[in-house]
Design a protein around this ligand. Structure first.
Ligand SMILES: Cc1cc2nc3c(=O)[nH]c(=O)nc-3n(C[C@H](O)[C@H](O)[C@H](O)COP(=O)(O)O)c2cc1C
Length: 319
């Protein structure tokens, strides 16, 4: 059995699996490996840094089903237009109003994927003409709505609201069972982040990948503390799910105090500079318990698809 959905048909991919466009992890090598494995590989372009893209794009030469994801609040029209010149199959926009970019993407004949972290964002995605909508649950690693919704009830609501536009489920999916569950919930596939962060091709530092392998879901926590400490410009609506961090223990629940304390933020930067604190938080989702190796991403796509097929076949009527 192969799992054919509106998503696999739209992009001509073998499996209903997409790589989340993770800034700092999803570079050209990882996106290409996901393409080779039969999924949709999305580069994590963040704000669209030109030099970074110029280094990563050649690694996708020869691949067809690849795209680029931007942080909507951080990028600009020029960066999106530069990306469109490379003829991606998809541009994904997350975290912010997609309207300033939507028409340009669609006019270029490129599929527009919009990630929604709540119902309002899902409605907005429909309004701007998204070709695919990602319904992101709060279990997810990295950034998402501070007051997010759980994947299980959120995905079917978005699937109903968006129909006939295909929806991908995101948040807490790390194996074939999760992909199967996404399909059962009415999604046309799964967008997977944390699991792909822990692969051979990920750009994440080896120490980060090891922490994901060792970490547990119970240790993950949504917070704004680490963004405030780093002086990051993330809009206040979005928090990030990370593994534990000493600074988080010190400032949990005191975000406003931290924001108003330049001395504390300077101390954080100094501790990072002196190597006492890690340079970046480890962004990871609740499904880290399911991750215990660093496989090739191409093999992983195949294993997740096979696991999903097996999980769904268990419920097929006997021949
Ligand atoms: C390390 C990391 C970085 C991320 N960076 C981005 C990003 O730059 N743009 C984006 O749209 N989503 C980003 N995300 C969120 C993913 O798109 C996705 O919603 C999430 O990874 C799904 O949950 P999962 O991690 O449980 O698979 C990131 C996630 C992680 C774990």
């Amino acid at each position: 059995m192969t799992l054919s959905t509106a998503f696999t048909e739209m992009f001509g991919v073998r499996h209903p699996i997409a790589l989340a466009p993770m800034g700092g992890s999803a570079g050209g090598a990882l996106a290409a490996a996901v393409c080779r494995g039969g999924g949709l590989g999305l580069l994590g372009a963040g704000d669209g840094d030109r030099e970074w893209l110029e280094r990563q794009l050649p690694l996708l030469d020869g691949e067809d089903a690849w795209g680029i994801g931007f942080l909507t609040w951080a990028t600009d029209v020029a960066a999106v237009e530069r990306a469109l010149e490379h003829r991606p199959r998809a541009v994904m926009l997350s975290f912010g109003d997609p309207a300033p970019y939507a028409d340009r993407v669609r006019a270029a004949g490129v599929a527009l994927i919009v990630q929604a972290t709540d119902i309002e964002e899902a409605r907005r995605a429909v309004d701007v003409g998204a070709d695919v909508i990602v319904a992101q649950g709060t279990e997810s690693g990295g950034h998402g709505a501070g007051r997010g919704r759980s994947t299980l009830p959120f995905v079917p609501v978005v699937a109903d609201l968006a129909a006939p536009v295909p929806v991908l489920a995101a948040g807490g999916i790390a194996d074939g069972r999760g992909v199967a569950a996404a399909l059962v919930l009415g999604a046309a596939g799964a967008l997977v982040g944390t699991r792909f962060q822990a692969t051979a091709e990920s750009l994440a530092d080896l120490s980060v990948r090891r922490r994901i392998v060792e970490g547990t879901g119970a240790e993950t926590e949504r917070n704004r503390v680490l963004d405030i400490a780093r002086g990051s410009a993330w809009p206040a609506k979005y928090s990030a799910r990370t593994l534990g961090h000493p600074y988080l223990d010190r400032w949990r629940g005191r975000e406003a105090e931290l924001a108003a304390d330049p001395e504390a933020r300077r101390a954080y930067r100094e501790s990072v500079a002196e190597g006492e604190l890690p340079a970046l938080p480890v962004w990871a989702g609740e499904a880290v318990d399911l991750i215990d190796d660093l496989p090739s991403a191409a093999d992983l796509v195949g294993a997740m698809a096979a696991g999903a097929e097996e999980a769904l076949a268990r419920f097929a009527p006997p021949p």
